[in-house]
Ligand binder design. Structure first.
Ligand SMILES: [Zn+2]
Length: 214
């Protein structure tokens, strides 16, 4: 896969119910029900208050709505926004594993059968497969460059239609960190994850470099 590759996402691109639901569960766990309702209202998603999307693979929401919800969380939590989004990303991953393994096809990843050194890449490939199977425009690449895992999402929905001078997909950083913890049995803090490129900055993709902390 080449870096010149890019995915043109229409502004009203659809998004999968189960993926928005996963984030909603994560938000409620971290911010509580009142916090969840506040950010739903702030992102014009009042229709989802006490009425979350069903846990299925239909695309009845929009990628833009998923992105706006991310933005609303950042606004709602102010200076803590980045850390809060990472926490929500970690919680979302756990909810995904717990409640959506079958829906997302993650149940098939037999991590325990793999030696420890292969598990991190395996979980990233599992996420890649899940996203590419269920999101019609999903395009993700995973590389291992001398022990640095490079995860690239060419159609990131967290920052869809958003603009910023810096990388803003903090929720993704949290999700990938929790995936590393899940794969290795270590704490997420043992991993250093940096979003080097972000579509919100005008880059062609959102890219994350994942390293073991020394
Ligand atoms: Zn992004």
């Amino acid at each position: 896969m080449s870096d010149n590759q890019s995915v043109i996402l229409p502004e009203d691109a659809p998004y999968v119910n189960a993926l928005l639901l996963q984030m909603i569960w994560g938000i409620e766990e971290v911010l509580g029900t009142n916090g969840l309702n506040a950010v739903l209202r702030a992102s014009n998603l009042n229709r989802l208050i006490d009425n979350p999307p069903p846990n299925n693979l239909e695309s009845e929401v929009q990628a833009r709505e998923y992105a706006m919800l991310n933005a609303a969380i950042e606004e709602f939590t102010g200076r803590a926004g980045k850390g809060m989004l990472q926490r929500i990303g970690r919680a979302s991953f756990r909810w995904g594993i717990k409640e959506q393994s079958a829906v997302m096809g993650l149940a098939g990843i037999a991590l325990k059968a793999l030696p420890q050194r292969l598990r991190k890449r395996a979980i990233l490939l599992g996420i890649r497969k899940g996203l590419m199977d269920i999101v019609e425009y999903g395009l993700v690449d995973v590389q291992d460059k001398n022990g640095v895992l490079i995860y690239t999402d060419y159609a990131c929905t967290i920052c869809h239609t958003r603009h910023d001078e810096k990388s803003i997909c903090h929720l993704y950083v949290g999700t990938l960190g929790e995936a590393m913890a899940y794969a290795t049995g270590k704490d997420f803090r043992e991993f250093d994850i940096v979003e080097t490129d972000c579509r919100a900055k005008g880059d062609g993709f959102c890219r994350f470099e994942i390293r073991d902390k020394a």
